[in-house]
Design a protein around this ligand. Sequence first.
Ligand code: FES
Length: 107
Amino acid sequence: MPQEIFEVHSPLQEGDRHILVCQNTSCREKQAAAVLAAFKATTLPASIKVYPSNCQGQCSIAATVRIVPDETWYCRVLPEDVSTLSAAIAKGEIIREKLNPRIHRYY
Ligand code: FES
């Protein structure tokens, strides 16, 4: 089956942030479609936009949500995490418990 290619998110404007929700196979198996739907159903500031994305290379800890340009990466995101993550993203805060440990290393 051909792999679905998602439209690349639009270019970032000054001050914008994009929430990229992976919709590739492993993430879809871990409720990524519902995660995307939950983000899209959330009221966010106009400067924050939500987009589906292709694989972000973090398949084994799906579902993956990446915030750009911040480069904040969340892993194992479930639909029930979205309200907390959305509120944090809107405030420029981070939910440490959901950070991808491969990318965000704390010692
Ligand atoms: S399938 Fe989502 S990170 Fe690879």
